[in-house]
Design a protein around this ligand. Structure first.
Ligand SMILES: [Zn+2]
Length: 173
């Protein structure tokens, strides 16, 4: 893209309010999804905290921190049951890396809709937190538009951004 064209694209994004709110390097995303697929192994859920930075209201994902690396019993019953008393380990890891918790992702056996448990138990209760759900035990490559993206708004309130695809969540080089 030429400089002028990218300038125009940036201006259109700005005026239309359509610049992405979540960014992730394509290789970080691809490797993270592959690891979730491997851990789910076609028979149970898997999941990860997504650590990164928030720059001018945009959440930049830099690292997957897998639930079962912190809580080995997280998937004893096949679904996400993360022990909240271990959240301090996540925050310690964030401090060590100079990152913060910006989102989370977990795998469902079937579709990517939120379960009532997903809606009632955000991994981070702060407004703006993003929860993503990969369907079908993460069997696939999954570009934005093919999985669930939900933004927590406080209480039981979530905005479903799944259909916005890369207008909301962009993979970068
Ligand atoms: Zn779920």
């Amino acid at each position: 893209m030429t400089f002028i064209k990218s300038l125009i694209a940036a201006a259109v994004d700005w005026f239309c309010g359509s610049s992405p709110k979540v960014l992730c390097g394509a290789h970080v995303w691809r490797e993270g999804v592959a690891e979730l697929r491997r851990r789910a192994n076609g028979r149970r859920e898997s999941g990860a905290f997504l650590l990164g930075n928030i720059e001018k209201d945009v959440r930049v994902i830099r690292k997957f921190l897998f639930y079962d690396d912190i809580d080995p019993h997280c998937f004893d019953n096949g679904i996400v049951e993360f022990n909240g008393r271990l959240l301090h380990v996540v925050h310690t890891e964030c401090r060590k890396l100079g990152l913060r918790l910006v989102a989370d992702v977990h795998v469902h056996p079937g579709g990517y809709g939120q379960s009532s448990s997903d809606r009632e138990n955000p991994m981070d209760p702060r407004s703006g937190h993003i929860a993503m759900i990969l369907p079908n035990f993460a069997k696939g490559e999954f570009v934005p538009g093919e999985f669930g993206i939900y933004e927590f708004q406080g209480r039981d309130n979530w905005i479903n951004h799944s259909q916005e695809g890369k207008r909301f969540f962009k993979l970068t080089r």
